[in-house]
Design a protein around this ligand. Structure first.
Ligand SMILES: Cc1cc2nc3c(=O)[nH]c(=O)nc-3n(C[C@H](O)[C@H](O)[C@H](O)COP(=O)(O)OP(=O)(O)OC[C@H]3O[C@@H](n4cnc5c(N)ncnc54)[C@H](O)[C@@H]3O)c2cc1C
Length: 420
């Protein structure tokens, strides 16, 4: 036998959001026969309406101490950056307790290093996929601007920015004049901006995800539209997925990439991964007519502005802790328009649409990537929270190394589900 023979095992990826699509495409490009299974059309859940950012500077975990101190104030405002549906609070308490436990300085330092190890390679991991899929026309590498109203507001975040720099993030503080030159639309009340030149965004995350999906199919990948009900092993020892309509699908490996719905398979195998929805909203304004280049982050109000094709805008962000199936509170989307107009001035809101999605979040902000310890051939790629679009290609690259038994480019121990 040729010891250098390529290992490319047959694999089923469950879930065709951006994470599952990127995993399926990477595995297919490595030569694996791949079936991608989704109960709906690809990229029509959380990956449909996100803010399109490759947020490479988000190396600080969400549970940093500075954030916890602000939570009580935020909760007093039902339309503030963070809202909790109080009836859901008892169910949320275990997740919240772990979130707080992750805010210890030593833990924040460790998590920052683990996040940076993923985020520092995002652009490289995406480059090959984007070229393969021919979606480079959607990828805008203009950087991001994070806005502060005042120097003191910036100073409150300065330690976090220093930590980012230590972890490899390039950034530069702009003067008001430099900001005006780069983005003249931004109102003078925004005194300080930080530019992150390596940040990039895609014009439309749905079209982008669909482009990667089409590349997967063109490369010989198979898509099955059906619901996975359970995952076990068949008499031949292969991983076997029971589906609602297509009977049993079997392969050497399966990857669960079902976003917030991954809990079904985690529970089935008795893994205690705290996975909750951090719900977020968007407003898309196709006719806004604002010719922005940079992605904009409004630090004080925790929302972002994505420049879309033809001067359109998408406003997105804020966190609502609620059951994933609770009815949306559309006021949280509409309020973003008024806030964006405080930055960019009045713009055309005709044909505006609103959307709500479920960020699949674990309390330590690290995605869950790697094999299931007690179920041979089963892998998880979930829990990407605010960073699913950003980390999809990297997740696919890391899992492909595992499944194809290639040399690991990163130790996956910090990301495995056994950490919970
Ligand atoms: C307002 C907002 C803004 C955001 N902005 C950004 C951003 O700028 N950058 C960024 O990186 N991230 C961002 N995110 C987060 C990002 O959108 C998510 O992390 C990402 O979409 C998660 O992708 P996923 O593939 O894990 O899940 P999903 O996109 O939800 O896909 C899961 C798929 O699994 C399928 N599925 C579930 N159960 C089953 C089953 N039993 N059988 C078959 N199929 C099943 C579903 O149908 C779905 O298609 C944002 C999120 C929100 C809400």
């Amino acid at each position: 036998m040729n010891a250098r023979a390529t290992i490319a095992p047959e694999t089923i990826v469950v879930g065709a959001g951006i994470v599952g699509i990127a995993c399926a495409l990477q595995l297919r490009l490595a030569g694996c026969p791949v079936t991608l299974l989704d109960r709906g059309e690809p990229a029509c859940e959380t990956s449909f309406g996100n803010a399109g950012a490759f947020a490479v500077s988000d190396v600080i975990p969400l549970a940093e101490p500075g954030v916890l101190a602000k939570v009580p104030g935020w909760l007093l405002n039902p339309l503030g950056p963070l809202a909790v549906r109080w009836r859901y609070l008892p169910a949320l308490l275990p997740w919240l307790a772990r979130f707080v436990a992750n805010s210890r300085p030593a833990r924040v330092a460790a998590l920052t290093s683990h996040l940076a190890a993923l985020l520092n390679r995002v652009n490289d991991d995406y480059a090959a996929l984007i070229e393969q899929a021919g979606v480079g026309y959607l990828w805008r590498r203009h950087g991001a601007l994070t806005l502060y109203r005042s120097e003191s507001e910036f100073q409150a975040a300065a330690a976090a920015w220093q930590s980012k720099r230590v972890h490899g993030v390039l950034w530069r503080k702009l003067t008001r004049a430099e900001l005006a030159a780069k983005a003249p639309q931004i109102a003078p009340v925004w005194q300080v901006a930080v530019e992150v030149p390596t940040w990039s965004h895609v014009d439309d995350p749905y079209l982008f995800s669909r482009g990667l999906f089409d590349a997967f199919v063109q490369a010989g990948g198979r898509f099955v539209r059906d619901e996975a009900l359970s995952i076990g092993h068949n008499a031949q020892g292969r991983v076997a997925i029971k589906t609602a309509r297509s009977g049993e699908l079997a392969a050497e490996n399966a990857v669960v990439a079902c976003g917030i719905w991954s809990d079904r398979f985690l529970r089935q195998h008795r893994y205690r991964v705290p996975l909750e929805s951090e719900r977020g909203y968007h407003v898309t304004l196709p006719n806004a007519g604002v010719p922005l280049h940079h992605f904009i982050e409004c630090a004080s109000e925790h929302f972002v502005i994505l420049p879309m094709a033809g001067g359109g805008l998408r406003l997105a962000g804020t966190v609502e802790l609620a059951h994933r199936d609770a009815p949306p509170d559309w006021r949280r989307a509409h309020i973003l328009v008024e806030r964006a107009q405080r930055i960019l001035g009045l713009f055309d809101t005709s044909d505006m649409s609103v959307w709500m999605g479920n960020r699949p979040s674990v309390p330590d902000t690290l995605p869950v990537i790697g094999p299931a310890p007690d179920v041979p051939g089963l892998y998880f790629a979930t829990g990407h929270g605010h960073l699913g679009l950003t980390l999809a290609a990297t997740t696919g690259a890391l899992l492909t190394e595992q499944i194809c038994r290639r040399e690991a480019s990163l130790d996956l121990t910090p990301y495995r589900l056994t950490r919970f």
